[in-house]
Design a protein around this ligand. Structure first.
Ligand SMILES: NC(=O)c1ccc[n+]([C@@H]2O[C@H](COP(=O)([O-])OP(=O)(O)OC[C@H]3O[C@@H](n4cnc5c(N)ncnc54)[C@H](O)[C@@H]3O)[C@@H](O)[C@H]2O)c1
Length: 255
């Protein structure tokens, strides 16, 4: 048993917790008694979530900044450890969409920005958090991948590559540390109603992508449905689940 849960009160980091799936995840952990480090580049969103958790009697702290910056990553991990005296769970959830751009049209700027925020930042956070999880003797990491981690028709090239990369990060880390009490899993949400889906724009050949996306995605999920899967994977109820990518997509991956 990995022993990361119950009685609750664990130190938990949730990135991108100022909005959408991350916000719902932070609130759910807090409702179980966990202490939540809310990490986001959006100060207004992050501080509102901290206030909401505290108003409900919970414990939370915010760290504001770009998680692709090593200094912010270090601040996130240090603040969690120093404020809560514990770091048991890391949820790498912050992410950005691309513009559904097809390969030949992806600019250097889009490629670098999407890969850095969606893939490099989770690697930096995982690397920084692992020594604390290992020192604790157990811990869980949950990464928010995407339907685009499983297929080529859910987003543009940059986003699709970044989310396939998250699967590699998840599986490699799971295997490397499974004998030392660490579990690493991912969720692959389908279309989920959040700010990201509201903001999607489509460039060039990506227009063909949206046709397939709209045809197959089915109903939009709620952020709370993705959050429930994340909190489950971080709990002892998932003690023998390691290295999986769990679709949360109303069957889209089965289409
Ligand atoms: N909504 C969907 O349909 C869907 C589907 C599959 C996967 N996802 C993934 O779910 C995750 C959460 O997205 P969401 O749908 O809740 O969207 P969202 O836009 O509501 O939330 C994303 C959060 O990440 C934060 N963020 C973005 N870049 C950041 C950075 N560099 N540093 C720190 N914080 C940053 C944003 O400020 C925002 O609060 C993302 O990784 C996304 O790729 C979403």
């Amino acid at each position: 048993m990995s022993g990361t849960t119950g009685p609750e009160g664990r130190g938990v980091i949730v990135t991108g917790a100022g909005s959408g799936i991350g916000r719902a995840t932070a609130l759910r952990f807090a409702s179980l008694g966990d202490k939540v480090l809310v990490a986001d580049i959006n100060a207004t969103g992050a501080e509102a979530v901290v206030k909401e958790i505290e108003a409900n009697g919970g414990t939370a702290r915010a760290v504001i900044g770009d998680l692709s910056d090593q200094h912010i990553v270090d601040e996130v991990v240090t603040t969690a450890v120093e404020s809560f005296g514990d770091l048991a769970v890391l949820v790498n959830n912050a992410g950005i969409m691309d513009t559904m751009t097809a390969t030949a049209d992806v600019s250097d700027a889009e490629w670098e920005r999407v890969i850095r925020i969606n893939l490099t930042a989770p690697f930096l956070l995982t690397r920084a958090a692992l020594p604390h999880l290992l020192a604790r003797g157990n811990g869980a990491i949950v990464n928010t991948a995407s339907a685009a981690a499983l297929r080529g028709s859910a987003a543009g090239t940059a986003y699709t590559v970044s989310k396939h990369g998250i699967v590699g990060l998840t599986k490699s880390t799971a295997v490397m540390y499974r004998d030392r009490g660490i579990r690493v899993n991912a969720i692959a949400p389908g279309g989920t109603q959040t700010a990201i889906t509201d903001s999607i724009t489509y460039d060039g050949d990506g227009a063909a992508t949206i046709g397939r996306y709209r045809a197959n995605v089915g109903r939009m999920g709620a952020a709370e449905e993705a959050a429930a899967a994340i909190v489950f994977l971080a709990s002892d109820a998932a003690s023998n689940i390691n290295g999986v990518v769990l679709p949360v997509d109303n069957g889209w991956s089965a289409v």
